[in-house]
Ligand binder design. Structure first.
Ligand code: PBG
Length: 329
């Protein structure tokens, strides 16, 4: 039961910084962030990504420094995405399961230098295929079950390299259960699975595909496996299945445009739920900031706070380092 104006004046609680802080409902901290980083094995230690100013492709040695920096900043985990040399790509994505591939090297080196920092690895074939799709392609069709077999191999390799969290981002049916069963059979009962459960076929992944060098390769789109942006009930079915199959945490992707989905997932399932502030979201804030059209620092923190307010346990973001520094001030 509320009083009425003038007994009720909601501005009273907004009148000073101390009152605002006292009644604040949501807090953002570095512990809410998973730092998304792109790695490569090119000649330069750091390589600019034109559509993502401020994000660079990192050599393994630089990725190690990033892990050490994350620890110092209080960022709990990093998510690693490889740009694979074009000469290593083929139709099956063979390099995904080469025992000494770029991700394997990076994960091992990062865990050795900063064992306290969690390492999240994408499970999907797109960085490794010459057609840019996340799975095995046959006559223009991405095959579900044949892809899952490859994802199991990739998962076991990443887990043995030291990945703490496997994050299947491929959207094949049944992969979480098959990966979980394979991990248990391999004695890896502690490996976490963060499922990209509700991943939409989105235009906001554009800069990422530049970053990992798949832009020119992708034939067609990913609409036969990633979700239709128009759907919401379907997201709940995806999440329910992945949880039933053994996912420890679920993700919604992209982020800000899909906070309605986050909210429904959190309310329905009450499980650790993450969202990915994807490359296109990064690029939009960055571009507007660089043009002087908005205050980048404030926009970054406000956008990340919005994820928390919607109910996220945490956010995968390319802004993690910047945000952690801002929060530490
Ligand atoms: C691929 C993958 C994508 C992203 C993460 N893993 C792109 C895609 O599905 O095409 C997007 C990340 C981003 O845009 O920042 N399995």
């Amino acid at each position: 039961m509320n009083a009425a104006f003038p007994a009720l004046r909601l501005r009273r609680l907004r009148q000073a910084d101390w009152t605002r802080r006292l009644v604040r409902e949501t807090v953002l901290s570095p512990a809410d962030l998973i730092w998304s980083v792109v790695i490569h094995d090119g000649p330069d230690a750091r390589e600019a990504i034109p559509s993502m100013p401020g994000v660079e492709r990192l050599s393994v040695a630089e990725a190690v420094k990033a892990a050490v920096e994350a620890r110092a900043l209080g960022i709990p985990a990093l998510a690693v995405f490889p740009k694979v040399d074009g000469g290593l790509k083929d139709a099956r994505g063979s390099a995904a399961t080469h025992p000494d591939n770029l991700v394997v090297q990076a994960v091992a080196a990062m865990k050795a230098a900063a064992p306290e920092v969690g390492i999240v690895c994408d499970v999907a074939l797109d960085p490794y295929t010459d057609h840019g799709h996340d799975g095995v392609l046959e006559r223009g069709c991405v095959l579900n079950d044949a892809t899952v077999e490859r994802l199991i191999e990739q998962s076991l390799l990443l887990a043995s390299a030291g990945a703490d969290v496997l994050a299947p981002s491929d959207m094949m049916d049944g992969r979480i259960g098959r990966i979980r069963t394979a991990l248990e059979a391999d004695g890896r009962c502690d490996t976490l699975i963060l499922s990209y459960a509700a991943k939409y076929a989105s235009a906001f992944y554009g800069p990422f595909r530049d970053a990992i060098g798949t832009t020119g390769l992708l034939k067609g789109d990913k609409a036969t496996y990633q979700m239709d942006p128009a759907n919401t009930h379907e997201a709940l079915r995806e999440v329910e299945l992945d949880l039933a199959e053994g996912a420890d945490m679920v993700m919604v992707k992209p982020g800000l445009p899909y906070l309605d989905i986050v909210r429904r997932v959190v309310e329905r399932f009450a499980v650790p739920t993450f969202a990915f502030q994807v490359s296109g979201e990064y690029a939009m804030i960055k571009a507007a900031g660089q043009n002087g059209w908005l205050d980048e620092d404030r926009a970054v923190l406000e956008s990340l706070l919005a994820f928390k307010r919607a109910g996220c346990s945490g956010v995968l973001t390319y802004f993690a380092r910047d945000a952690a520094r801002l929060l530490g001030r």
